[in-house]
Design a protein around this ligand. Structure first.
Ligand SMILES: *Cc1c(COP(=O)(O)O)cnc(C)c1O
Length: 452
């Protein structure tokens, strides 16, 4: 077979039509130690990230009242959601559906609570040990005391973001006493900036896109030795923080009686921006659960940066690090958490042997699915977080998806499969904003049903 990306797919991609790319380079048994950007990572690093979160749990419960009930643990529910399958157009014999409810993660209200919190804590731990504020194995709650906070206040944490990462980093950094600066791209929502300003975070507004905001943050941080820059495009700390979710999910699957093996595949659909969050989770899941977990990334049709990156890896003559603009796309989408023009090379390199595929979704579909999730499950998600819901139908209802199911042998066991849609944000969206999302979705659904 030729390596050239197929013309049907690239035509759909250019025309901003929903498309599915499947990964011929996926390995059933990838190495335990994996290389990316010259560094080697394994499950040992995922466990280390989880242990770091545990060491800080006591302190987190103290500085975030919303975490006192869980003793400082930031986690989300695994919720049965098969009631949604008919509305999603999935045949009754195509498996069960669950959602991983990161839309309700406390503190940051999105999946960014995982990676963002981990990276800020790693920096805090490094400073605290260096400055003798805590000892190895000691009680980190001393960091909430004025003397320690005075030391941390000399340091700054900076980040560039379309919104949610800034919200996570800004809120956690300022809660620990750091100065915090968030460089926001033009598409960031006003309420996210407002929320940060209320916490004393410096919000720097940029007229450009996500890449410009990141570049500005990186520049500012480079000039200040006491500033730590959270680099969303290449941070191992973020990625490993996300990967720790896999350890918790494994327990949740077990406790809900979900088996993952050759007869019972697990298909996971993850909304993708720069790729760090879904890659971290996919890395953890593949290492932990093995060959029968299949991870698919979901992107807006105007911002499919990960898909164009994977296509360029397949056919390097297309260019090493393409942007969606190179494909004639606009990077304009209501899914603000996913409005990223160019993928993280760390995430892309790591995913080459691990990922099963990438698909794209129209904004209209995001709003329709957002309404179905509200009406059927009573859950509030933001548009970005709806991207995964197109996944099952992409596999069962398209030629490309059916071909992949057949080639991978999944069609024979699909009735025993578990589909898991990762809902990545929503908790903090203000009511008025959320109502506009719902109205838009209802109008689209009504237009559809009157047309048929
Ligand atoms: C950031 C974000 C993602 C994707 O994470 P990346 O690391 O950018 O790929 C998905 N959903 C929401 C709601 C987000 O904010």
């Amino acid at each position: 077979m030729s390596n050239a990306p197929d013309v049907l797919l690239t035509t759909r991609l250019r025309n901003a039509q929903p498309a599915l790319w499947t990964n011929a380079a996926r390995q059933a048994h990838p190495p335990e130690h994996m290389q990316a950007l010259g560094r080697t990572i394994s499950l040992v690093d995922t466990h280390a990230a989880a242990h770091r979160l545990e060491r800080f749990a006591g302190l987190l419960a103290q500085v975030f009242p919303e975490l006192s009930a869980t003793q400082g643990v930031v986690e989300s529910a695994l919720m049965p959601a098969s009631a949604l399958l008919p509305a999603l157009g999935i045949p009754a014999d195509a498996g069960k559906l669950f959602i991983k409810a990161d839309h309700s993660l406390p503190v940051a209200g999105s999946i960014k609570a995982r990676g963002g919190m981990h990276e800020v804590l790693e920096f805090a731990e490094q400073v605290a040990l260096q400055q003798g504020l805590v000892s190895q194995g000691g009680d980190y709650r001393v960091l909430a005391e004025p003397a320690a906070r005075e030391v941390l206040a000399r340091y700054q944490v900076a980040v560039g973001s379309t919104g949610n990462l800034g919200l996570s980093i800004g809120v956690v950094a300022s809660a620990l006493g750091f100065k915090a600066a968030v460089h926001m791209s033009a598409d960031a929502k006003e309420w996210k900036k407002e929320r940060l300003r209320l916490r004393g975070v410096q919000v720097v507004e940029h007229t450009g896109d996500y890449e410009r905001a990141v570049a500005a943050g990186r520049e500012q941080a480079a000039a200040d030795p006491l500033c730590h820059f959270v680099d969303d495009e290449q941070s191992f700390s973020l990625l490993l923080g996300y990967s720790a979710a896999a350890l918790h999910l494994q327990k949740q699957l077990q406790s809900q009686g979900v088996v993952v093996d050759a007869q019972h595949p697990l298909l996971v659909y993850l909304p993708c921006g720069v790729g760090g969050a879904p890659a971290g989770i996919a890395f953890g899941l593949r290492q932990l659960l093995g060959p029968h977990v299949h991870c698919f990334f979901a992107e807006p049709v105007q911002s499919p940066c990960f898909m164009v990156q994977m296509l360029s890896d397949q056919a390097p003559h297309l260019g090493g690090h393409p942007s969606v603009y190179d494909w004639g796309l606009t990077n304009r989408t209501e899914a603000d958490g996913l409005a990223v023009p160019r993928a993280s090379l760390l995430a892309a390199e790591l995913m080459k042997p691990l990922l099963s595929g990438v698909f794209t979704v129209q904004d209209a579909t995001l709003f329709e699915h957002l309404v179905m999730v509200l009406d059927t499950l009573g859950e509030r998600i933001e548009p970005s977080a709806a991207a995964g819901f197109s996944g099952p139908a992409m596999l069962t209802g398209t030629t490309a998806g059916q071909a992949w199911l057949q080639a991978s042998g999944l069609d024979a066991v699909l009735h025993q499969a578990t589909h898991l849609v990762w809902t990545t944000g929503g908790l903090l969206v203000p009511d008025a904003q959320y109502q506009t999302f719902v109205e838009r979705g209802r109008a689209l659904l009504a237009a559809k049903s009157s047309a048929t």
